[in-house]
Design a protein around this ligand. Sequence first.
Ligand SMILES: [Zn+2]
Length: 52
Amino acid sequence: MKMIYACDNCHFLFSRARQPEQCPDCGKYAVREATEAERQEYEERLKEPREI
Ligand SMILES: [Zn+2]
């Protein structure tokens, strides 16, 4: 089961099997586990159709 992580620097939300040290978006060492609210935000974002 994949976990959801958040970056404290740029607020990027992403899922990984393991917690990475660096944010895949901005590269800062500010990754932490996402809160319940952030997990829901991430799930909602996945349902939305992508904007072109
Ligand atoms: Zn970041």
